[in-house]
Design a protein around this ligand. Sequence first.
Ligand code: SF4
Ligand code: SF4
Length: 385
Amino acid sequence: MTRIRSKDNNGGSVIEPRAQPETLGEMLSERGVSRRAFLKYAAFTASIMALPPGMANVMAAKLAKARRQSVIWLSFQECTGCTESLTRTMSPTLEDLIFDFISLDYHHTLQAVSGDAAEQARHIAMKENKGKYIVIVDGSVPLKDDGVYSMIAGRTNIDILEETVKDAFAVVAVGSCAAYGGIPQANPNPTGAVAISELVKDKPLINLPGCPPIPEVMSGTLSYILSFGKLPETDHLLRPLSFYGESIHDRCYRRPFYDRGMFAKSFDDEGARKGWCLYELGCKGPVTYNSCATMKWNGGTSFPIQSGHGCLGCSEPKFWDMGGFYKPLSTGLDNVGPALAGAAVAGVALGGGSAWLARQHQDQYMKDLVDRDKDKANADKKKEG
Ligand code: SF4
Ligand code: SF4
């Protein structure tokens, strides 16, 4: 809690707790954030979320009146990268201040308390904010062998998740591990890791995949929830359409080279030096839906493709098992047919910049992955039999 220095009855100096500002608007004005800067943030967030014109002012008004939101952050099988992304060491931005404003009542990495006191804080937050708190989860949940592969305070992840989510208002699965199972679920998935959406069926849930997700995607989604009291519109994988509605390929600045069939063949050839398309070096941009090409990273500085490396597809299911980061999509996945190759070649031939074609690439790609998993499961069964 914030503290202030004041005088006691004898003229001495005492430290007293200071009341927390009630609304986000009060907190920002206390921190010296001008109305102009706040409106700019609201306009930026409304535009990246593709809200209708005029909604920026509505969002600003609602955000200013937003009250402290209780958040319980659970970390399961993960690497802490999602928290690192959130607390990136850039100079404090308005997004950081919004995270300061929420009441992060429980977070393994960021909380000051530990042991019994930490578990008590979680229970108190759940009781005091019944039906109103948001649960943010990063990491997947292991189910194999009764969930023993990840325990907190002697309890399995599934146990803690079920208990915490029961009285929540909504659940936000942050990062590809929570959204899809991620790296812990990568073949051969030794812990039986599953996504949060496979376990939470009766609460509003949104996925913010990425390894890690873009910080502004997390703060933008949170701002939307604070403003409108509901989750934003999502796609078939429960991702907010505003941030995951277009593929990296749709918005990539190297796209004109792709359309003209001009591809770098190695990371140091002339094509690479001239900024040609990285498709033949394994770029997964055509099958990956995320905002990296428009919002970029590190406060809008750059993104992997701009730095000369192809997209790994980190915001898509099973990105770790996509057959190799440096293997071109056109060669198909391990053990699957060349269906995608046809689609990709068609893309070059058409030279069209259509989101539709990228979606066809992705649908085919995901179908191939599912078929491959089925084939493998059948082969394993046969072996066992
Ligand atoms: S394949 Fe990759 S580098 Fe080439 S245009 Fe698409 S996203 Fe950009
Ligand atoms: S460019 Fe691709 S791999 Fe890199 S962060 Fe964005 S979605 Fe993930």
